[in-house]
Structure formats: structure tokens, C-alpha cells
Design a protein around this ligand. Structure first.
Ligand SMILES: [Fe+2]
Length: 314
């Protein structure tokens, strides 16, 4: 029966997880893998009804060094799943709640549970993305801007999580990422970093939450994977973001030795500066468009075929 006070998503919560929430990796059990929201039927509906701006299809380029972006054409959801099962692609569906409000309730419930369990935690700007990916697909080394969790639903994957400091995460790369001048997968990576990583084999019914901006990379085991990533903000995370954002603009303007304030007037000034810069639109024109150069194809062994490239801007 549903626990109406705290909820039933996190199934093995222990009190001490609350003490260090966001400060170290958490690898927790959850119940979402049992939900009908991730059946083939539900995925077909998501794939067929998601609007173009709410999905990305990706594949690795031939050199294995970059990501290509594709589209779904007018395929049925069943054909798209067929291409994922046999091919080498991954699909990110953003704003699943636009197709079915049950996904919106799901993410609200997830964070309500954390807030009920972690004293003082207040989160906002929740977002969820559903990832449907081919066997053995790899997601390259990258970092994400907001607070982020990875929930495994179907299939299994190996996840490497790296510390959120140099050399794994360089301050200039983080600032570019925050300014959206670096795509999330353009983060400098060296195989030697792996010695400093914590490695998880993520199975259905388990989730990972790592500290803010920790770089990570992922390799699916030999099966189709369905996962959910959730994003959130807190006031503390927003303040760190604003300082990185302001420092990124100031560094572009030639300033050096920038402080990373966590509180006080310096932080408040940067919060205001970052807000004003974003509001004025002065950073908008620098954002990169996506180049779409393949289409999902269930009859191809890779799950896609090349098309004439075109640009897509969200
Ligand atoms: Fe990520």
C-alpha cells in the first residue's frame, strides 16, 4: 500500500543518507522499475507523441570521438524500439509529462520523498528525461549542470563517476558548460582519470545520485536499457551555478583569478550579474545549433541511416 506520508519510491532508505545528501554518491534501491509507465506500450506512446523539440536521438561518430544527432522521421514507436534493440543509438525523451501527466506526478513524488527524508531540503525546477538506448552503447565522459540522478528501469549499465574537481573537471570547462558554449559531451577526458572513478553496475530498481557536476560516463551491458534522469535545483546549487556563470563571462572578458564565492556579497553580486546577463539575452546568440545527419531505421544493422545534414535549433 502506498505510504501517503513519505511515499514508496525509495525502498531501502537509511537515516544516515540524509546527513550527506549531495555530498557523496548515493546508490539506492527504488521501485520505479515495476511501473507500467516504462512498458513497451508506454514507450511506444511516448515515442509517437513527443514533440520534435522534446527528443534527441544520438549515435557515436565513426571515430568514436563525438556524438551525432539524428531524428525519428515518421516511424512508428514499435519500429523505433526495434531499431534501438538491434542498433547502436540512444534516444532522450524530455518532458514526458507533456505526453502523459503520470510522468509529472512521478517526478513530483520522487522529490517529495527526498524532501520528506532530508531535513531542510527544498528542491525546485524538476525535470525528467527518459533514456532508451541500444545494447553496449556508450555515453561519453561529460558533466551536467543541475543536480542530477540516474534511475535504472530496464536492462543494466556500468557507470563511472569521477570527482568534481581538477583534473577531472577543469574550472574553465565547467564555466563554458554553464554558459552553454560547450556541449555536455565536449569535456576533456583522459583514460588515466579512470583510476580516480567509482564504478557502479546499475541494475533495474537502483538509482545513483552524485555530487553536483561530477563527470561521468556510461556503458550499457549487452541489452536494451531504459533509464530516467532527473534534474533539480536548490538555492545552494543555483548560487554555485550563478557564480560559475558570472565567472565564465568575466573570464571571457579577460579577468583572471576569479573567486568562487559560496555566500556573502560577492556571491550576491554574481547572482545579480548572471541574472541580468541571462535576462538581457547577451549570451543567447553563442549557443550552438544541433546538426542532424541521420534518421532512425529499423532495417539497418546500426539502427539508422545517413541523411543530408540540416540544422536544428531548440
Ligand atoms: Fe549525464
Amino acid at each position: 500500500m502506498r505510504d501517503t506520508v513519505i511515499g514508496n519510491i525509495l525502498t531501502d532508505w537509511k537515516e544516515d543518507y540524509a546527513l550527506d545528501f549531495g555530498g557523496r554518491d548515493l546508490h539506492l534501491a527504488h521501485s520505479l522499475h515495476k511501473s507500467e509507465m516504462f512498458s513497451d506500450e508506454a514507450l511506444v506512446r511516448l515515442l509517437e507523441y513527443s514533440r520534435r523539440e522534446n527528443y534527441h536521438v544520438k549515435a557515436t561518430d565513426e571515430g568514436g570521438t563525438g556524438n551525432r544527432e539524428g531524428d525519428l522521421g515518421d516511424l512508428s514507436g514499435a519500429d523505433i524500439l526495434k531499431a534501438v534493440r538491434k542498433g547502436k543509438i540512444w534516444i532522450n525523451i524530455q518532458h514526458p509529462e507533456a505526453v502523459d501527466s503520470a510522468y509529472g506526478e512521478m517526478i513530483a513524488d520522487m522529490y517529495r520523498e527526498f524532501e520528506a527524508r532530508v531535513p531542510g531540503l527544498q528542491t525546485f525546477k524538476h525535470m525528467s528525461t527518459i533514456l532508451i538506448s541500444s545494447p553496449k552503447v556508450r555515453v561519453r565522459y561529460h558533466a551536467d549542470v543541475p543536480g542530477q540522478m540516474l534511475w535504472q528501469i530496464r536492462g543494466s549499465k556500468r557507470v563511472w563517476v569521477y570527482p568534481n574537481q581538477a583534473p577531472y573537471l577543469r574550472q574553465d570547462a565547467l564555466e563554458k558548460l554553464v554558459l552553454k558554449r560547450l556541449h555536455e559531451t565536449d569535456m576533456p577526458y583522459d583514460t588515466g582519470f579512470d583510476q580516480g572513478a567509482t564504478v557502479y553496475d546499475l541494475e533495474p530498481g537502483y538509482m545513483l545520485y552524485w555530487p553536483l557536476n561530477c563527470p561521468h560516463r556510461v556503458e550499457n551491458h549487452d541489452c536494451m536499457n531504459v533509464s530516467v534522469t532527473t534534474e533539480h535545483w536548490t538555492r545552494e546549487l543555483r548560487n554555485i551555478y550563478a557564480v560559475n556563470y558570472a565567472n565564465g563571462l568575466l573570464r571571457n572578458a579577460g579577468l583572471r583569478n576569479l573567486r568562487r564565492q559560496r555566500s556573502g556579497p560577492g556571491m550576491m553580486a554574481k547572482l545579480a550579474f548572471a541574472g541580468a546577463a541571462k535576462f538581457s539575452g547577451m549570451t543567447r546568440s553563442a549557443q550552438k545549433p544541433y546538426r542532424i545527419d541521420f534518421r532512425v531505421d529499423p532495417d539497418s544493422p546500426t539502427g539508422y541511416r545517413d541523411i543530408d545534414a540540416y540544422e536544428f535549433r531548440k
